[in-house]
Design a protein around this ligand. Structure first.
Ligand SMILES: CCCCCCCCCC/C=C\CCC/C=C/C(=O)SCCNC(=O)CCNC(=O)[C@H](O)C(C)(C)COP(=O)(O)OP(=O)(O)OC[C@H]1O[C@@H](n2cnc3c(N)ncnc32)[C@H](O)[C@@H]1OP(=O)(O)O
Ligand SMILES: Cc1cc2nc3c(=O)[nH]c(=O)nc-3n(C[C@H](O)[C@H](O)[C@H](O)COP(=O)(O)OP(=O)(O)OC[C@H]3O[C@@H](n4cnc5c(N)ncnc54)[C@H](O)[C@@H]3O)c2cc1C
Length: 666
């Protein structure tokens, strides 16, 4: 095997690292066996050479990209399936795959089968009755059918009660008639819908006995299982090129009075009987369950994508030398600039914060889901609120820090061969899909205002909101991490109190409840955001303390530094709030700033070790700037030479256009 020559700066960074990198990887994976299992899976997938691209994806046409993605998706699925442990429950399988980023080695822009796995199957599990699950899950899990989740329409994504697709029950034939009455009723966006899926879960407004019974899920065949032709009454297509997700095959779908049998309504929650009688579910919002599930998964996905970006940027910053710190010294590594550390170390800490929070949220989700299955619905509102606010914060922060990682790589970060632009293309839509972020913050605000009222009535609050009832003043600023967490809670409480007061004031001034809500909504969303910040810092600190207690002192110290950095970073970012709602003085602010800068200095020798600890292989990073060996310039040149324009010394356009133009003949 050829010996890898590692860039000498990267090698000396690794020699400096104060903790055992493998121990960090094991900690992140949740144990040594999990690391080994993940690596075995990666080895196996990466050993299939047909899964690699011969020509970089960016040089393919739109159509070729899709066809290539489908080719790989099928193969990838088969390899993954062969590695599945049949003894794992769905919950364990998903939890154990939280650190798996192998999909990124195969698709730079995501897989056209994503929606089948992430939403179609979960929608059947969550919305189908036992009989429907038995039939459809078997087919879906065996990939006999491929599906997607078709909810959003051209005219409505956010406001689900405004969806226009109708499913009208006809008791004479015991069928539902699906119809798109207008152009804006066309389903628009679902991944895989255009040319991949032959089935989908369609969310439509149910009409039976001439009554609107709200949005309900229907499993609908859209293409012939043999010929893959769209079925009669079905109009299908692709929605076109996008900022990212170009291999996901997002599509549109219209229905022209398309009939489906009665048993195609997924009837776990609500039912329509043969004669058309509608029986509502225990809570109509259970129909929104698939979205809650994906919001929970997104938090983890954001942590992983950020880990990728920051690995690339930190390694590059250790290799890149530029400018002068001292006139007599050689050009320093750009990682020695404290501004560069400020840009990037928070990305490392943020990825840790969300991967801990994501696991915590996943376990909470699993607990509440088993309660729901047993008919206990009490904890659903808190779960909805938590999933909304953590999806929002993780997607916002990931987008900011991925983009910051790209900018921190200067011009080379703009190259697709850095894989940073594509990584941004994968994180930024998460602020929109699965509930647009402002809209979800308003949902969180709604639950907080309700909690506020409950508190005033002396009722017990859900655990994640219990701090709102803490009336005690924060008498003294002690600057500790726990003290800052308490201060964040005070900020959230204070902002909520202020927005509730304004909401009430606007109503007293004569505005309707809805107008008063709209007028107070900037403050309400700010309160919801602060609530989310308080939760993330607290969960990050508590979960790290809980899990890291058995680690070696050097690693424990490095993790504590990340928790402290994360806390101080957000305290300094939100100084205005802290000054308003906590006893913070100017001296305390100066002290925090100094501690923050000291932390950057302390983390500096461990920076490369920290990103090595994410253990993201070169094939997954897919980046000329971020590879383990740091051969940045060689790789940039190798990638440049792959440009089809470099295949010939003179391009034909010279003779066709440039030459006649320069010679005044054109
Ligand atoms: C297997 C492992 C694989 C790992 C890979 C992981 C990858 C993860 C990344 C995924 C990658 C790609 C996938 C992305 C694909 C994207 C798909 C989509 O985008 S699908 C479409 C998503 N659409 C939305 O999210 C729409 C957003 N809108 C809504 O949810 C609603 O319209 C809403 C909530 C804004 C308003 O609804 P409504 O008007 O009906 O309600 P109200 O506002 O009046 O509220 C009433 C009441 O209901 C409560 N409520 C609302 N929603 C819920 C819920 N979901 N659960 C529980 N309760 C809910 C709300 O709080 C109110 O309560 P109240 O007590 O009255 O205050
Ligand atoms: C990459 C990608 C993949 C997707 N995949 C799928 C899929 O597989 N299946 C599917 O069904 N859908 C999918 N979607 C659609 C996605 O769920 C919607 O785009 C999303 O729910 C937002 O809805 P919208 O586009 O209608 O935005 P809009 O609601 O029109 O938002 C536009 C603006 O209006 C504001 N706004 C809207 N309502 C309110 C309000 N009540 N209060 C304050 N402000 C408001 C928003 O904050 C935003 O600023 C996907 C989208 C993307 C980008």
């Amino acid at each position: 095997m050829a010996k890898i020559t590692v860039n000498k700066d990267l090698a000396s960074e690794r020699a400096k690292c104060e903790f055992n990198v493998e121990e960090l990887t094991n900690y992140l994976d949740g144990g040594r066996e999990n690391t080994a299992r993940r690596r075995r899976m990666e080895d196996k997938v990466l050993s299939v050479k047909e899964l690699r691209d011969e020509i970089p994806e960016e040089y393919l046409s739109h159509k070729e990209k899709y066809e290539n993605a489908i080719r790989k998706a099928v193969l990838f699925y088969k390899v993954q399936k062969s590695l599945d442990d049949p003894n794992q429950s769905d919950h364990e399988r998903i939890r154990n795959s939280y650190r798996s980023t192998i999909t990124s080695a195969i698709f730079k822009d995501n897989s056209p089968l994503t929606l089948h796995i992430v939403m179609f199957i979960p929608a059947i599990i969550g919305q189908g009755n036992d009989e429907q699950r038995e039939y459809w899950l078997k087919r879906a899990k065996n990939m006999e059918i491929i599906g997607t989740y078709a909810q959003t329409e051209l005219g409505h994504g956010t406001f689900l009660r405004g969806l226009e697709t109708t499913a009208t029950y006809d008791p004479a034939t015991e069928e539902f008639v699906l119809h798109s009455p207008t152009l804006t009723a066309y389903k628009w966006w679902p991944g895989g819908l255009a040319h991949t899926a032959n089935y989908c879960v369609v969310m439509a407004i149910l009409y039976t006995k001439s009554k609107n019974c709200g949005i309900q899920p229907f499993i609908v065949q859209i293409r012939d299982e043999e010929t893959h032709m769209p079925l009669p009454g079905i109009k299908l297509g692709e929605i076109g090129a996008k900022l990212g997700y170009n291999t996901v095959n997002n599509g549109f779908l219209g229905f022209d009075n398309h009939r489906i049998p009665r048993d195609r309504m997924l009837m776990r929650n609500a039912q329509v009987s043969k004669d058309g009688t509608f029986t509502a579910g225990a809570n109509s919002k259970l129909t929104y369950g698939t979205m809650v599930y994906v919001r929970v998964l997104i938090v983890n996905n954001m942590a992983n994508l950020l880990a990728k970006a920051v690995t690339i940027a930190i390694r590059y910053s250790a290799v890149r030398r530029q400018s002068k710190l001292k006139p007599e010294d050689p050009e320093p590594q750009i990682l020695d600039y404290v501004t560069q550390q400020h840009k990037l170390f928070i990305g490392i800490a943020t990825s840790h914060a969300y991967s801990r929070t994501a696991l915590w949220l996943w376990d909470h989700y699993a607990k509440v889901t088993s309660e729901l299955n047993a008919g206990k619905l009490d904890n659903l509102p808190e779960l909805h609120s938590l999933a909304c606010c953590l999806k929002v914060l993780s997607s916002v922060d990931a987008a900011v820090f991925v983009e910051r990682s790209r900018l921190a790589c200067g011009g080379h970060g703009y190259m697709l061969s850095s894989n940073l632009p594509q990584t941004y293309g994968l994180v930024t839509p998460a602020s929109t899909f699965e509930g647009e972020n402002t809209v979800l913050l308003l949902q969180v605000a709604r639950s907080l205002v309700k909690a506020w009222q409950q508190m005033l009535n002396g009722r017990q609050l859900a655990p994640s909101m219990a701090y709102l009832a803490d009336q005690k003043q924060l008498d003294r600023w002690d600057g500790s991490v726990n003290g800052i967490i308490r201060a964040f809670q005070k900020v959230a409480r204070g902002k909520l109190a202020f927005s509730v007061a304004n909401f009430e004031k606007y109503q007293k001034m004569g505005l309707s409840r809805e107008d008063a809500w709209n007028k107070a909504s900037v403050q309400l969303t700010a309160a919801a955001e602060s609530h989310g910040r308080a939760i993330v810092v607290q969960v990050f600190k508590t979960e790290t303390d809980r899990i890291a207690s058995s680690l070696s002192p050097p690693l424990r110290k490095a993790l504590d530094q990340l928790v402290e950095l994360f806390t101080l970073y957000w305290a300094l970012e939100r100084l205005g709030d802290l000054l308003l709602y906590s006893p913070l003085s100017e001296v305390d602010v100066r002290d925090m700033q100094a501690r923050y800068e000291e932390l950057l200095e302390k983390i500096r020798p461990n920076a490369v070790g920290l990103v090595d600890g994410f253990d993201i292989r070169d094939e997954i990073l897919n980046s000329a700037l971020g590879a383990y060996d740091g051969r940045v310039y060689e790789r940039l040149m190798e990638e440049a030479l792959k440009s089809p324009l470099n295949a010939e010394p003179v391009n034909s356009s010279f003779h066709k256009y440039l030459k006649p133009f320069m010679q005044g003949k054109l």
